[in-house]
Design a protein around this ligand. Structure first.
Ligand code: AMP
Length: 576
């Protein structure tokens, strides 16, 4: 299929706001694609070429796109930069320029999806000396053959600024719609995605043999999407929800998913990046496990033997960066607290109850010096839960995770299989994890930093959109303020992402990428923000303060709008 035909539909989708309508339009596209095209379009809709763990990055900045546009259109780079700075969006800039080219291309052809994908792959794989020239040349060649809308989407994709209103959840719905005209296959598609973290692969397999999608298997070296924890506010609430349950310490480290086959080991972060090179000490220990194939999960954190205390995730990573991997692994060895098992020597454990998974990890761990087992106790009353919580806090850990012992591994979902209880919950100060959607310029003493605060949003799972909840102007150190501007500037966009709902505007919008932990004192009713009650009352965090960046968290793993609603009710109860 021609890429321009896809772009026509994307243009129409941009003008729509209803999720069902978008899903159906997307389903129509899918119905016209071969399995291999469906795979590639899925990745492109996700704004990538492969899942994160392939480590494929375009490595292209705005300057490259401008240079390629200059080659293809005959405009000078300065002219293009001027149009860009007026429009503020590289996609719209490309759209305009390709429409008014000053030169005719010597070689031009109608681009298929494969053509576009393969050229992008070529760009992304170019590395080392001469790679810049190769990247610009490949992009210029593409621009030589594009229509204006194609140029718009291509330039946005390579800069990772696609900004359509299409999240993974909408893609999963659309795949099911394409075959069935409803969402009946969504459950199987979602499971396949949860087991592989590879939505392109799922689309390809589905269009090759849709009847078999229910038989998708777990695979070593394909990361399982991590189970997510719900939050409740105290031991009573947890016990009311779960009854007797397993209660584990919540370690404030780095969540890792470990895959081993023979003596090959891969370690995935929560965002599915390949972390093996950063954790060589863990790789070495895992190699020694006697099991041939295993997938397990745990929290990694550095331990200071002299002081007999753990370092937090931030401290751990800081040391690894500052002192180098080898020195850091010697002086501050990492401990992994294993808390789950997904696969062992040919057997898929994800559908087995937590109880059986726990028994299985207890047979394998602790192992060697650094593969430990998470501290776990069976709770038969709210008091039992409270006791583990108090112990954890006494050890300077952040809290506990209670686990439903009958639940399977709820990959990619919350579902109350795991419930977290942190020190801060239900207290005068609580926290949310929110995505940064924009930033404000500094005033007064902050003028020198060019940064005065951030606008943050939470995730509405039902609508697959992000909703603003707070403007955060305090809690930043001077060092953070200076660093923030630099970091956020590379992500600036003129229009916010289409899947963001907002009433207030920051000075600059940014691509939704960074997750921040925000502390606050209360939740109030406000018309400023779009995170709201069903009756249309909006919520806002009262006295929001920046705590830290959660670089380990993906934007879809942040606090949800329904969690905010629950917190509001709870805090209201406490206020009476
Ligand atoms: P949060 O990051 O606040 O949403 O809390 C969930 C995270 O706690 C998980 O993603 C893990 O990284 C971490 N965690 C720490 N200890 C445990 C444990 N014993 N079981 C499960 N997750 C844990």
């Amino acid at each position: 299929m021609l890429f321009r035909d896809i772009c026509k539909v994307l243009l129409e989708i941009e003008g729509k706001s209803g999720r069902i309508e978008i899903t159906q339009m997307l389903a129509e596209i899918y119905n016209r694609l071969s399995p291999s095209e469906a795979e590639k379009i899925t990745y492109l809709l996700q704004g990538k070429l492969k899942p994160e763990y392939y480590g494929i990055d375009f490595g292209i900045g705005e300057k490259f796109v401008i240079a390629a546009l200059a080659n293809a259109t005959g405009y000078h780079e300065n002219e293009i930069a001027a149009i860009y700075s007026k429009k503020g969006d590289i996609g719209e800039t490309a759209n305009e320029l390709i429409g008014v080219k000053r030169q005719k291309s010597l070689y031009s052809k109608e681009l298929t999806i494969e053509d576009v994908y393969n050229s992008m792959m070529k760009m992304a794989s170019a590395s080392g000396e001469g790679s810049q020239t190769t990247k610009i040349r490949s992009l210029s060649e593409l621009f030589n053959s594009t229509t204006p809308p194609e140029a718009k989407y291509i330039s946005r994709i390579v800069l990772n600024k696609l900004r359509l209103k299409i999240g993974d959840s909408t893609i999963l719905d659309a795949l099911s719609w394409a075959k069935k005209g409803d969402k009946t296959l969504r459950e199987y598609l979602e499971r396949a995605y949860n087991l592989s973290s590879d939505l392109g692969l799922v689309a390809r397999v589905f269009f090759s043999d849709s009847e078999n999608i229910g038989n998708f298997k777990i695979n070593v070296f394909m990361p399982v999407r991590p189970a997510l924890a719900e939050r409740l506010n105290n031991a009573e609430e947890i016990f009311k929800k779960l009854g007797g349950c397993g209660v584990e310490y919540k370690y404030d480290g780095f969540r890792i998913q470990v895959h081993k086959r023979g003596d090959q080991v891969m370690i995935f972060s929560r965002k599915m990046e390949n972390m093996g090179p950063i954790f060589p000490d863990i790789v070495e220990s895992v190699k020694k496990l006697k099991h041939k194939e295993i997938i397990f999960e745990g929290e990694a954190l550095a331990f200071n033997e002299k002081e007999n205390r753990f370092y937090s995730f931030q401290e751990t990573m800081h040391r690894r960066r500052k002192y180098g991997l080898e020195a850091a692994s010697k002086s501050w060895p990492l401990h992994v607290y294993v808390f789950d098992l997904m696969y062992l020597d040919g057997k898929d454990y994800t559908m087995l109850p937590m109880q059986d998974r726990r028994k299985a990890i207890e047979k394998i761990f602790p192992f060697g010096n650094n593969l430990k087992l998470s501290e776990w106790r069976l709770a038969r009353s709210p008091e039992d839960i409270q006791k583990v919580f108090d112990d954890a806090v006494g050890k300077r850990l952040e809290g506990i995770i209670a686990k439903n012992m009958r639940a399977p591994y709820t990959a990619g979902k919350r579902d109350f299989a795991w419930i977290k209880l942190k020190k801060s919950y239900g207290k005068a100060v609580d926290t949310v994890d929110a995505v940064i959607v924009g930033y404000y310029l500094g005033k007064g003493s902050r003028t020198k930093f060019g940064f005065g605060g951030i606008l943050c949003a939470v995730y509405n799972e039902d609508k697959d959109v992000f909703e603003t909840i707070a403007k955060v102007g305090s809690g930043f150190t001077e060092e953070e303020m200076a660093g923030f501007k630099e970091k956020l500037d590379t992500e600036k966009i003129i229009e916010p992402n289409a899947n963001l709902s907002f009433n207030v505007k920051p000075d600059f919008w940014i691509n939704m990428k960074y997750v921040a932990e925000i502390a606050f004192d209360d939740i109030t009713v406000s018309s400023q923000h779009t995170c709201m009650e069903k009756d249309g009352r909006g919520f806002a965090l009262r006295f929001p303060r920046f705590v830290k960046l959660r670089e380990d968290k993906d934007i879809y793993e942040i606090t949800t709008s329904s969690e905010v609603r629950d917190m509001f009710k709870l805090m209201k109860g406490a206020r009476r």
